[in-house]
Design a protein. Structure first.
Length: 409
């Protein structure tokens, strides 16, 4: 079994290129089903966000296919035109990429929070579509677990947790304060809600558009007003800033709509969607400043931030080792677990005689035994998987068999 991935992201391709390879949930399911049906593919996952699109596959060792060519067929694109925008990774390089990505260390806004949810959702969608397999299931779950440990143990000096937070920060640096401004957020999905909350926290008066057929059941962030999506044009003249973040295949704001609305003297538009929500030529109109999702990149990291990244890297290295141990010996794991349990019990029986003679509280003795159990299990794991790295396969299998006989009743 082998792990492969191919991806396109903000660092290699502009938003209009990325948009050509993005997937809606429905399209992602169809593409995964097509890929899973190909010979040699054991499982697959598609991760598609505003900043990146990645296809992950667990393949048979002898598989000679191409994820890039599959993607181009799926999107009806000429392969020769787009190859430069994509990166392919396999095995350990792919694993490392996913762990760092899920922890937000490869995000446009470093250490942002949304990527963990996006990775979890990608796994869930593949699982629900019966397209994942054991290898990708464990890989993605362990990457999410590692990312949560990074979030818990590492404090990043930058407080911005999403693109909209960075956008607000950039606007404030340019002298545009949101306090008291009238803002409209088009879209009430996850990104739209984050945008509405961020604008509200910055002191703006926020109105969120809601599709008319959903207006009675959709919740909007506390403190925000709502209007029907169809009334957005009438509300535009009152706005100082508009954020659009939908999954719509069509423009939510067109040049014609803006020209008819005759907005305020200076209107700021922020398009957070991929594909675009706002027609690009809108930015040519007088009194309108248009930003897209690529407008708020961060060019450098402070020494403090670099220190945090190094600390996160140490955590991820340890977590990746756990995955490699599982991946390298996944067929032997049940046998190794049995040996580990027997070895820990053996150690406990030997050390308990000493502990019983040692004066200490029962609670302290129990805590010490638990700590010894954990340490012993880690030592056995290290020894077993270490042997696997240094011995020929048959020699290692002989060692496992010998240890099993050692603890036979």
């Amino acid at each position: 079994m082998s792990i492969s991935m191919i991806g396109i992201d903000y660092s290699r391709a502009a938003v209009d290129i990325r948009a050509q390879f993005s997937f809606t949930k429905k399209n992602a399911v169809a593409a995964m089903e097509h890929l899973k049906a190909e010979p040699g593919i054991a499982g697959c996952i598609i991760l598609s966000t505003c900043n990146r699109m990645e296809i992950w596959a667990s393949t048979e060792e002898e598989w000679q296919g191409s994820l890039y060519e599959f993607l181009c067929r799926e999107k009806e694109k000429e392969p020769g035109l787009y190859r430069q925008y994509f990166t392919e990774r396999t095995e350990e390089e792919a694993v490392k990429h996913l762990f760092y990505l899920t922890s937000g260390l490869k995000s446009q806004i470093l250490a942002e929070d949304q990527i963990i949810t996006q990775v979890k959702d990608a796994l869930s969608l593949s699982r629900e579509s019966y397209c994942t397999d054991n290898v990708l299931e464990v890989l993605f779950r362990m990457a999410v677990t590692a990312a949560k440990k990074v979030k818990t143990k590492v404090v990043f000096s930058r407080g911005n947790s999403s693109v909209i937070h960075q956008a607000i920060h950039c606007l404030e640096e340019k002298g545009f304060s949101l306090f008291g401004k009238t803002c409209m957020v088009i879209g009430n999905g996850e990104m739209g809600k984050v945008a509405a909350l961020a604008l509200k926290e910055a002191g703006a008066e926020v109105t969120v558009t809601v599709r008319q057929y959903r207006s009675g059941v959709v919740n909007i962030p506390r403190g925000c007003q709502r209007i029907n999506y169809g009334d957005r044009g009438e509300f535009l003249p009152q706005c100082d800033l508009v954020v659009s973040a939908t999954a719509s295949p069509n423009y939510t704001l067109t040049r014609e709509l803006l020209e008819e609305a005759e907005p305020s003297e200076h209107l700021i538009l922020i398009d957070l969607a991929v594909p675009r929500d706002i027609e690009p030529t809108v930015g040519e109109l007088d009194g309108i400043t248009l930003y897209d999702i690529d407008s708020f990149k961060i060019s450098a990291a402070s020494p403090k931030l670099k220190e945090s990244m190094e600390k996160a890297g140490e955590i991820l290295k340890e977590q990746m080792e756990d995955f490699y141990n599982w991946y390298g010996g996944r067929n032997l794991i049940p046998r190794i677990q049995d040996i580990k349990a027997e070895a820990v019990q053996d150690l406990n029986l030997r050390i308990l005689k000493i502990l019983r003679k040692t004066p200490m509280e029962d609670t302290d003795r129990e805590n010490l035994l638990n700590a010894i159990d954990t340490a012993a299990a880690k030592v056995v794991n290290k020894m077993m998987f270490g042997l696997k790295d240094f011995l020929e396969e048959q020699e290692f299998l002989n060692c496992v068999e010998g240890l099993e006989k050692l603890y036979e009743d």
